[in-house]
Design a protein around this ligand. Structure first.
Ligand SMILES: Nc1ncnc2c1ncn2[C@@H]1O[C@H](COP(=O)(O)OP(=O)(O)OP(=O)(O)O)[C@@H](O)[C@H]1O
Ligand SMILES: [Mg+2]
Length: 256
């Protein structure tokens, strides 16, 4: 059902069950065209569940609410349709895909029907600090933790989704590659100075927040026990969590 033609992501009263567990309870979130938001929260609070529900993986059952993307409620659409509409993700724990080389995956993401190593794939590999022979390896098979994170981002650059979700892109990444990843994500979500030309939207889960040194985030949300308990300016929210912990930061935020 078409609700309104608007280039944004809006989540209304979303409740999601995973294998019979009520994980998300009443999530509301609005990301406007060109904005990047950050999702914070303690382990097990439901952050990954929210991203995978937006992606539409079948284990994540929407029991109530709406996910409106580009003016359309997508809760009944399969994942491949959502990806075609422009939703992309860098997973927290990406799957190993045996029999598919990273090169083939990049070609698929770029819409190229070839298994050959293309100049574009080589260029991307170099940009992400990979040697060319890395492209011949099966996706994520035997990759180190940091290599997996970089490979996920490489696939997103090839895919160029309009709305990009990053689930802890900085976990397990060394200092030099953190800077590389931070700058590349920043570029991927780059905003145009003219607001009407801004297009991509981003949602980034992070615990470390170092990555935010490279990304101009508009808003931060703190998730607690399956709900977004607090929202505000990223720097203020992060300072609050660092000083007082999640629960007190949320209480202070809710009192304001
Ligand atoms: N299949 C399942 N059965 C039961 N509980 C589940 C299932 N899948 C997820 N959960 C629970 O849902 C809660 C939210 O998990 P989720 O992965 O969304 O947390 P998270 O906020 O991303 O945490 P982290 O920061 O550790 O990545 C957790 O308590 C988790 O154990
Ligand atoms: Mg998670």
């Amino acid at each position: 059902m078409v609700i309104k033609l608007k280039y944004s992501l809006e989540i209304r009263n979303l409740a999601v069950d995973v294998d019979g567990q009520h994980v998300l309870k009443d999530v509301n979130l609005m990301i406007e065209k060109g904005e990047t938001h950050v999702l914070l929260g303690p382990n097990g609070s439901g952050k990954t569940t929210l991203l995978l529900s937006i992606l539409g993986l079948s284990r994540y059952k929407v029991v109530r609410g709406e996910i409106i993307f580009k003016g359309r409620n997508i809760v009944d659409l399969p994942t491949d349709e959502r990806v075609k509409m422009g939703i992309g993700i860098a997973f927290q724990n990406p799957p190993i895909i045996r029999g598919i080389s990273l090169n083939t995956m990049l070609n698929v993401c770029m819409g190229k029907k070839t298994t050959e190593i293309t100049d574009d794939a080589v260029k991307l590999a170099k940009e992400l600090n990979f040697s060319e022979d890395f492209l011949t390896r099966d996706v994520n098979y035997g990759f180190s933790g940091g290599e997996i994170k970089r490979s996920e981002i490489m696939q997103l650059i090839a895919q160029q989704p309009d709305f990009i979700m990053f689930d802890e892109p900085d976990s397990g990444v060394d200092i030099e590659n953190m800077e590389l990843i931070g700058k590349i994500i920043g570029k991927l979500l780059e905003r145009d100075l003219i607001p009407s030309r801004r297009k991509k939207m981003g949602l980034i889960i992070t615990h470390l927040a170092t990555i935010l040194d490279y990304i101009n985030a508009d808003r931060a949300h703190v998730m607690l026990k399956g709900k977004i308990a607090c929202s505000g300016y990223p720097k203020e929210i992060l300072d609050g969590i660092r000083k007082n912990g999640y629960e007190k930061c949320i209480r202070t935020c809710q009192e304001q």
